[in-house]
Design a protein around this ligand. Structure first.
Ligand SMILES: Cc1ncc(COP(=O)(O)O)c(C=O)c1O
Length: 397
């Protein structure tokens, strides 16, 4: 029985050599520390008398000439602190951006003109739309695939410059075999990117599985409070990170001082938020699967989900987002947002507050996403309060 599958492994221990060479890491990262401990201590100023515990918010655009930093768009102590933390968590070399989309656009920009990009047919709308636009402009040649079908990815990878993984996908919740795709990428000399926004380093570390770059919308679980926009790229290779640095400066998608501070502050509690929300998501997914108003639940924590076994094997947990479809079709899906009182009808995900939305309300969302699909991002409220509100609303859709 799927229920008897072994429990998912703990996140892998962290390696001190993964850290950025920066004085913002106060101690060598102890490899025996759990991720919870690393989350609290990474990206802080040196432990010296009089040093603050947190890198302060420096509201400044320019610096007295002749120093290490001249202009804020090149990098600030605040962005370096956030990068240092993400570098340690993902095991690479990090660069912070103004948003997940700024990070994604900077990466897509590295593909040579005419280069082939293999990407999920269901990726986050912004990434999918941008990749399509670049294809229409003749900048890249886009091949879309079912990213959970590794054979399909292998067939599309011939001659590719970049393979873009998102796992689980937003909002269809498909799970990719990152290690297998990384091997395919290497065989084709393609850069393998993994958008780890949904899984976070709590559930998977794609660089360890062979990916070349990890992308985060830090707007989501990392920030965790729906109060900032930020993005991060983490490169396995320090030279690749170094060559992206001037690109970031020139493209201009650099995060503000407050955003860096808030993202790092949010990161401190990622483990607590993640575990609480993931437990609640599992409970809600199981109850929703039994509910007569719901025709399908997409969540890799459910044994009959197509991604269940792969997630059990490769992830340390199925995450905090699920999607549902309705027996009553799109009309029922539409009315859910009017009927809930505690759940918030809003786009985005990964915050402390539980959010839901019908994704096809967005004109640019893929037509492959069912009209009645509602994405639900579970926050840290009491799960029984969440269920009471949801089940009361579902009675009336
Ligand atoms: C999986 C994923 N990647 C990237 C992004 C883009 O991030 P941002 O909104 O920070 O630009 C999003 C936003 O929803 C997302 O869900």
């Amino acid at each position: 029985m799927p229920h008897n599958e072994p429990t998912p492994p703990d996140p892998p221990p962290l390696d001190p050599s993964d850290l950025h060479p920066t004085d913002l890491d106060p101690t060598d990262l102890d490899p025996t520390w759990a991720i919870d401990t690393a989350l609290v201590h990474l990206g802080r100023p040196a432990r010296e008398p009089g040093q603050p515990l947190n890198v302060p918010i420096e509201a400044v655009s320019t610096y007295h000439a002749g120093g290490e930093v001249e202009y804020a768009r090149d990098g600030t102590r605040g962005s370096q602190a956030l990068e240092s933390a993400l570098a340690g968590l993902e095991g690479g070399h990090a660069l912070a951006f103004a948003s997940g989309m700024a990070a994604a656009s900077a990466l897509l920009d590295t593909v040579d003109t005419g280069g082939i990009v293999v990407a999920p047919r269901h990726a986050y709308t912004g990434v999918a739309v941008r990749a399509r636009k670049l294809d229409q402009l003749g900048r890249v040649s886009l091949r879309t695939v079912d990213i959970s079908d590794t054979d399909e990815v292998a067939a599309a990878a011939d001659g590719a410059s970049m393979i873009w993984i998102e796992s689980p996908t937003n909002p269809m919740m498909e799970v990719a075999d990152i290690a297998a795709i990384a091997t395919i990428g290497k065989a084709n000399r393609a850069t393998v990117v993994c958008d780890n926004t949904f899984a976070t380093p709590m559930a998977q570390r794609p660089l360890e599985l062979g990916a070349d770059v990890v992308l985060h919308s830090a707007t989501k679980m990392i920030g965790g409070h729906s109060d900032l926009l930020a993005g991060v790229l983490v490169f396995a290779d320090s030279d690749a990170a170094a060559s992206m640095l001037p690109q970031r400066t020139l493209l201009g998608g650099f995060p503000g001082a407050l955003e860096c501070f808030l993202a790092l502050r949010g990161l401190r509690t990622l483990a607590l938020r993640w575990r609480h929300a993931q437990n609640s998501t599992q409970i809600l997914a199981e109850r929703l699967a039994q509910h007569p108003a719901i025709s399908r639940v997409r969540y890799p924590g459910l044994p009959d989900d197509p991604g269940y076994f792969r997630a059990q094997r490769t992830m340390a947990g199925p995450g905090t987002v699920l999607a549902v479809e309705f027996t009553g079709g799109p009309g029922a899906a539409r009315s859910l947002s009017d009927r809930v009182r505690l759940w918030v009808h809003a786009t985005s995900l990964g915050g402390v507050e539980s959010l839901l939305e019908r994704r096809r309300r967005w004109a640019l969302e893929s037509e492959l996403v069912p009209e009645d699909l509602v994405r639900m991002s579970v926050g840290i409220e009491d799960v029984e309060d969440l269920w009471a509100d949801l089940s009361a609303a579902l009675e009336r859709v």
